[in-house]
Design a protein around this ligand. Structure first.
Ligand code: COA
Ligand code: AMP
Length: 636
């Protein structure tokens, strides 16, 4: 039996033994009494009775064990040209001081704190400082607008907000963040007591006396805070992610199971070794950034590289290779979109050849969206290193399925995310809950209990947790993705089976966009579907039916709808295309045929459902789609 098979089998047959051993990588303030309490498989209690502090595991422990002078964090900003390095001792110092500042403002164990910042080192300090106090951070991606931020403020009810005065985008364009926070705080019913603002020199924000504090003022003379002990099952963070409606889901992460999963996965999945410079090119607003820019590399005592910039446009498609060679990065983790963007600008890989990143780079990891085989093959050919596509979700916090090169490397099959990871008992089920045999498509479900690190519930919404994930197949977690196993046990993820789409690796809800379009006074009904996009993987396209008597120009109305989605969700929604239609194709029971519209737009074969209300509605749609340029001639 190979190493992978041995680990996988043991994780399912003897989870107590397997994860108990893995938990030795973590410093516990009080050892756990039981590895797993499975009296309620939907809510497994991992490391029951154990107590720890995640920040202590990420910082203090390394300093105490003699690694204080090792570089913990490298920050590279392509916009400002700055590079900053923090040793473990320095990062601990900054974090303990900032935690002291938070404590002085009344933040205590269990309090929520919202963080709305670009990729700057202080964002990581803020996360770790919350963890140090046992406070629960909730990072909100900077591409979300005030309305989305307000929804999270009202749901999480944070004691305070930490933000930066601005973010930077290619150009460089300066994007003021503070006005978004002001607007959100105005809109939200819940009023956080304070807002700490990191003033960046590119744009200084106005501060509201009494409520807002300059970061430097906040930390002035602040006493260093000690680590607060928390139970293994206490929450470390809430990360909101898109579901099928306008209300985002608050994914909860615990401390104990998460720390163990972060420590186990970096070594055994990613094959990271001491001294490695690990680079995850994802914003900390997403789960990939939480797990693999912050917690996993720091808990593992490695050097984490964070980057403020894009794969292209800052200044060109050589950006990633410049960063890798400048800092000696040994691994890169990013979204396939980044590679599609690079390939589009540098199809022959001239920049890659010039920088020769394989001098230090041992592997490339891709996740966050489906990786098309062409992109994967291009990366393999140009980089000449293993390219690992792996599948996971905000809900799981770490890889469900992948090629665990730290344990054993499997031959790559482009289009497949390889094999289930230890702890994940994956099944492909049909509508009746029966196992689909190899080669057949179905819903991807994971038999309960989920392994350490996965969500224990949704924040303040246990009913939603049950409804969204557990109700469909009793005894299983419903992933929301569809796919199939092949004869060799490789899993291919074919896309969401719900109304979630993935735009440039950013998870978005078409349902949320539909709610916004429907709120326009001229719209009677609407549909938004995710259509294949050569760069971003998917792009949302909207179709609206106007209320009787509305006679406005389509161009004017569409411009308003685009502006409305941008204002309510934010630029990250990338909602750029919409059309006015006379009617939407529906079944006789009134269900909009979104799946059929998507297939028509993608130019893939589709069947007209026998339950269609009026087949002529689809003929009209063919014309509308063609007017919008769908299906595209060349999709690669
Ligand atoms: N703060 C504020 N605005 C942001 C933002 C942030 N942190 N990140 C993105 N935006 C804005 C952009 O400025 C852009 O706005 P615009 O319409 O005014 O131009 C919009 O949101 C869309 O941004 P993005 O999706 O990044 O598109 P892009 O065209 O600027 O860049 C790529 C395209 C491919 C370079 C970019 O999508 C990318 O790097 N993708 C990698 C995906 C990734 O990291 N996924 C995370 C999960 S692993
Ligand atoms: P997020 O929660 O933002 O990480 O998005 C999770 C979703 O992204 C999954 O449910 C999938 O739909 C998609 N996804 C992530 N990784 C992959 C992958 N390797 N292949 C296919 N889809 C993926």
């Amino acid at each position: 039996m190979g190493k992978y098979q041995e680990a996988f089998r043991r994780s399912l047959d003897d989870p107590e033994g397997f994860w108990g051993e893995a938990s030795q990588g973590i410093r516990w303030q009080r050892p756990w009494q039981r590895v797993l309490d499975r009296s309620d498989p939907a809510h497994p209690k991992w490391f029951d009775g154990g107590e720890l502090n995640t920040c202590e595991n990420a910082l203090d422990r390394h300093v105490e064990e003699g690694r204080g002078s090792q570089t913990a964090l490298i920050w590279d900003s392509a916009y400002t040209g700055q590079v900053l390095k923090y040793t473990y001792a320095e990062l601990l110092d900054e974090t303990a001081t900032f935690a002291g500042a938070l404590q002085r403002l009344g933040v205590a164990k269990g309090d929520r704190v919202i963080i709305y910042m670009p990729m700057v080192p202080q964002a990581i300090v803020a996360m770790l400082a919350c963890a140090r106090l046992g406070a629960v951070h909730s990072v909100v991606f900077g591409g979300f607008a005030a309305h989305e931020l307000a929804a999270r403020i009202d749901h999480a009810k944070p004691k305070l907000i930490i933000c930066a005065s601005c973010g930077l985008e290619p150009g460089p364009r300066v994007l003021p963040y503070k006005p978004m926070v002001d607007k959100a705080m105005q809109q939200a019913a819940h009023k956080p007591s304070h807002c700490i603002v990191l003033q960046r020199p590119q744009h200084e924000a106005e501060l509201q006396p009494g409520r807002d504090l300059d970061w430097n003022e906040a930390v002035k003379d602040a006493p260093k805070a000690a680590c607060v002990t928390v139970a293994a099952g206490d929450p470390l963070y809430i990360l909101y992610t898109s579901g099928t409606t306008g209300q985002p889901k608050g994914i909860v992460r615990d401390n104990g199971g998460h720390a163990v999963a972060m420590s186990w996965s970096l070594k055994n999945f990613y094959g990271v070794r001491p001294g490695d410079v690990w680079w995850t090119a994802s914003d900390i607003g997403w789960v990939v950034g939480h797990s693999y820019s912050v917690y996993s590399p720091l808990i593992s005592g490695t050097t984490s590289l964070i980057y403020e910039g894009k794969p292209v446009g800052t200044p060109d498609a050589s950006a990633f290779w410049r960063v890798i060679s400048q800092h000696g990065a040994t691994t890169l983790f990013t979204a396939p979109t980044a590679f599609r963007a690079i390939r589009r600008e540098d199809p022959d890989g001239k920049h890659i050849a010039a920088f020769n990143p394989a001098k230090t780079l041992r592997a490339l990891f891709l996740a966050g969206e489906r990786c098309d085989p062409e992109t994967l093959k291009w990366a393999q050919e140009k980089l000449q290193i293993p390219v690992v596509d792996h599948w996971w979700q905000t809900e799981t916090g770490w890889a469900v399925c992948g090629n665990p090169i730290g344990l054993e490397e499997f031959p790559v099959k482009p289009g497949s995310a390889t094999k289930p990871m230890p702890g994940y008992d994956i099944h492909v089920l049909d509508d009746e809950g029966q196992e689909v045999s190899a080669g057949g498509n179905g819903a991807i479900a994971i038999k309960l209990p989920l392994p350490p690190g996965c969500l224990p519930t949704l924040y303040q919404d246990e009913a939603g947790f049950q409804r969204n994930y557990l109700a469909r197949y009793p005894g299983y977690y419903l992933s929301g993705d569809g796919g199939y196993f092949d004869q060799d046990g490789y899993l291919s993820i074919m896309g969401r089976i719900d109304d979630v789409i993935n735009v440039a690796g950013h998870r978005l809800s078409t349902g949320a966009m539909e709610e916004i379009l429907a709120s326009h006074p001229d719209v009677s009904e609407c549909a938004v579907v995710g259509v294949a996009d050569a760069l971003k993987g998917e792009a949302p396209v909207g179709f609206v039916v106007l209320k009787a008597g509305v006679t406005r120009s389509e161009a004017e109305l569409v411009a308003e709808l685009i502006a409305l989605v941008r204002e309510r969700i934010g630029p990250v929604a990338w909602f750029k295309t919409a059309a006015v239609v006379a009617r939407l194709p529906k079944t006789r029971s009134g269900k909009i045929l979104r799946g059929t519209i998507r297939k028509m737009a993608d130019g893939v074969p589709h069947k007209v459902p026998p339950t269609i209300e009026d087949p002529a509605a689809l003929d009209d749609f063919t014309k509308t789609l063609s007017r919008l340029g769908y299906p595209k001639e060349n999709k690669s």
